[in-house]
Design a protein around this ligand. Sequence first.
Ligand code: NCD
Ligand code: ZN
Length: 450
Amino acid sequence: MPPVDLNVVGGKVYVDGGFVEAGISIDDGRVARVAKEPHLPEASGRLNVDGLLVLPGFVDVHVHLRGMELSYKEDFYTGTCAAAAGGFTTVLDMPNTKPPTNSPERLREKITRARGRVVVRVGFYGALPKPPSRIPEMVEAGAVAFKVYLHHPITELDISRDEVLLDALSWVAEADVPAAIHAEDAGVIEDVKRRLGPSTSPMDFAEAHPIEAEVRALRRVIPIAQKAGAKIHICHVSSTVGVQLIRKARASRGALITCEATPHHLLLTVEDLEKWGSKAMTDPPLRPRAVAQGLLEALKLGWIDVVASDHAPHTAEEKGRRDVWAVPPGIPGLETTAPLMLNLVNKGVLSWRTLIQRLSSGPSRIFGLSGGEIRDGAPADLVVVDAKREHRIDSSKFHSKAHYSPFDGWVVRGKPVATIVGGRVVMRDGEITAPGGAGKIIRLRAKNQK
Ligand code: NCD
Ligand code: ZN
């Protein structure tokens, strides 16, 4: 037998819900065998991971890689380097780009530009096309899901009208892909903004995006989605009331609904917004401590299915604007999410099982992706973690173009030290070890799979 490509040896591997001392043989991009080292086939390459943990690669379903006219904030290469550095083997990219990804043509163009630049697996969201009957064509062009912003639509459809939203979500249901929802009500936001008038305070941004906006949007979208038969995934839920609405819809009415939370909504509070100003300004905004604590409980209980970074990079100039309504909200999170979650495991707040469900198997299952478990025949998407490594979060070292973080200075334990995508080591000890193009574009349904 010719040798396999690579043996990853000396670590503890997460299989079937627990850790085993084993090695992994990788051949042709896939896991060929998980076994004690003497039982592994011969390999041409060897990666020693003594004392480290090998987990299924992390999957981030909420990432703004930007690119094209927004490449000054982030591009496909820097964004996926940040992903690899953060232990993510798959990311899903949002369509609120310039131009927005709201037609099959624009999606194809985006994919053409991204191919050759990415270092991890990337799937693309579409925005709702006009007419929505183009949704199947977008799925064929590569859209793995659709993103719906209820408060500032990036579609030419007037989704403020219930019947328009219902029709669009019916097409999404028909195409059998999920719709990710940014749930905020435009009316609530506009009313507060009008009352507040001109402002230079990020606290006013928080005031203009109250929990009520989230709750109202959820009360509107959940029954519409249910009527459409659409699977919806609520992005960055930021309130315990919101979580309860989602949980009840799922439990009592059988709605096809899941949700995600970000590390910043779980771990930071409105006090951090006061301290950091616009660098901690994100949409939805940080909430009071009791809310963050409630979200963390909900994450532990499984009411929140996914942790996603909502990696939303902007420039220092943009974040430095005086007029708060001219400051774009968003925090880069690809390089802090895994360390922050690993730190919670070290502190005994989360179990390994919960971490892997929220960061890998959960998002893979919800979005129909291939990741989430290490087993024979699965794509070799792996993250090697030094569970005990203490380090200080330092945004000046980010691979992202955005060098700010409201987590700067936090000392955390647990760090991804190698990222393997399709059997190829793309990150080792913080360095990117593969060229742009080493990653792959995810195409779930395309006719001519590449
Ligand atoms: C997002 C971005 O920058 O693209 N920002 C954010 O604060 N989450 C857009 C958005 O979801 O509002
Ligand atoms: Zn959003």
